[in-house]
Design a protein around this ligand. Structure first.
Ligand SMILES: Nc1ncnc2c1ncn2[C@@H]1O[C@H](COP(=O)(O)OP(=O)(O)O)[C@@H](O)[C@H]1O
Ligand code: SF4
Ligand SMILES: [Mg+2]
Length: 408
């Protein structure tokens, strides 16, 4: 049992209620293993214009430039990449906050980019987002009850007026906050607690998919594991499918079934947890892994650090051929001419080893960067049953911390 789950047995009433509600809402049952979400050739280009009165397009910011992935029902897909790689733009397109420039997002087999009106509203309900920054994403003038219950204004069918207060209190309970705090304001909570409020709001409509965009990046390191634990537990409890975005591979390692590594608008390598962490074949993934903190000093000494030079190039000016070539230590002439496709590299096609997974590199090679026994001990080790301190990042909030989940 996770530390996050400690003492929560008595709180399962709310969760059962939500699960039942969701099961009743389902119109189309899904066979196990069917992808709930299929993303194909997803593109978002922002036009670059010049001129004030007569705007002339002079180029485009290719924020997302052809992203493909599947999300199985009940699966957690981690998406990782440096800042500016297009992760948030993918997230916004998945939850319909941004229209794609091209490509397909199929939810249960239906292309939702073509939907409008009532059909779109129904789909949007099932795909919810948890935002990166709990300090700016919650309206400071609204009570926690109003924030979490706000989605019911748009979808009153999920919770008729008379039942809303109880529903919101159930949700507070589910995310480890005291249901009596329903009338408090965001500033009365710590960062971790605010993110729990954001998560409760994400759950309000009983969604099937949660897109969490760097949900712990803005939080204190001491609180990050608690929130990751909470998401992990909720994922299992509500059979949620998760897209979990992070800029650091160490955050998603314990929560993800599969991980996609993104670079400059594309996924460059994707595979299971074991394939990506123990058998990475793309130089970018290997470089990211070499930057993952290793707690054991002797292991740290023996580990090879791959230093990436320079910054991510501008998405308005993507390099020809392999988009990673300007920073890749293995780049050759072919890399400048030919775009490597995201597929199993020919050298591994018949290998039968975990190196046999999709990697967009002409010269894919296995390189174990982090020994497997170490990678389970990292600071973001969400799965460990160690007692966590309660959220401690409250700036003099009048003792609201006791409502913070594990500490309660
Ligand atoms: N509305 C916008 N107009 C122009 N460029 C944008 C817009 N939103 C994002 N971008 C650019 O798209 C790229 C990807 O951004 P983003 O998806 O936020 O990356 P990430 O979340 O991985 O840090 C960045 O270069 C960013 O500056
Ligand atoms: S295709 Fe070439 S430049 Fe791109 S990652 Fe592979 S070796 Fe590096
Ligand atoms: Mg982002």
């Amino acid at each position: 049992m996770h530390a996050d789950d400690a003492g929560r047995e008595g709180l399962s009433g709310g969760s059962t209620l939500l699960t039942e509600a969701r099961e009743a809402d389902r119109t189309r049952p899904y066979a196990e293993g069917d992808p709930i979400l299929e993303v194909r050739g997803l593109v978002k280009h922002y036009p670059l214009t010049r001129g004030i009165l007569f705007k002339k397009q002079i180029g485009a910011v290719r924020a997302v430039d052809g992203v493909d992935f599947d999300l199985a029902a009940g699966e957690t897909l981690g998406i990782v990449g440096e800042s500016g790689c297009g992760k948030s733009t993918v997230a916004k397109m998945l939850v319909h906050l941004e229209p794609p420039t091209g490509g397909v997002i199929r939810y249960k087999g239906e292309d939702v980019t073509k939907l409008s009106g009532r059909a779109l509203k129904a789909v949007r309900r099932n795909i919810q987002m948890v935002f990166q920054d709990p300090y700016t994403s919650l309206n400071p003038r609204m009570t926690v009850g109003d924030i979490i219950g706000e989605p019911y204004e748009i979808h009153p069918e999920v919770a008729p007026k008379g039942s809303r207060r109880q529903k919101v209190q159930d949700l507070l309970d589910v995310v480890g906050l005291n249901p009596e705090y329903i009338n408090r304001y965001p500033h009365q909570f710590s960062g971790g607690q605010r993110q729990r409020i954001g998560i409760a709001r994400g759950l309000a409509l009983n969604p099937e998919i949660i897109v969490a965009d760097e949900p712990v990046s803005a939080l204190d390191v001491s609180v990050q594991a608690q929130v990751v634990n909470l998401l992990d537990r909720l994922q299992a409890e509500f059979s949620l499918s998760f897209v979990f975005i992070a800029h650091d591979l160490s955050i998603v390692r314990h929560i993800s079934d599969r991980v996609g590594v993104m670079y400059l608008g594309r996924i460059v390598e994707v595979g299971t947890d074991e394939e990506i962490y123990d058998h990475p074949t793309h130089p970018y993934t290997q470089a990211l892994l070499s930057a993952v903190p290793v707690p054991d000093p002797s292991a740290r000494e023996h580990r090879e650090r791959i230093i990436l030079h320079g910054d991510v190039p501008s998405p308005a000016n993507i390099p020809s051929g392999c988009r990673f070539r300007t920073r890749c230590w293995k780049a050759q002439e072919r890399c400048e001419r030919e775009v490597p496709l995201l597929a199993v590299p020919a050298v591994f096609r018949d290998s039968g080893t975990p190196a046999r997974h999709d990697s967009a590199c002409h010269f894919a090679e296995e390189k174990r960067v982090v020994p497997p026994e170490e990678r389970r001990e990292g600071p973001g080790a969400a799965g460990e049953a160690q007692p966590h301190p309660p959220d401690e990042d409250t700036p003099g909030s009048g003792g609201t911390d006791e409502g913070g989940g594990e500490g309660r």
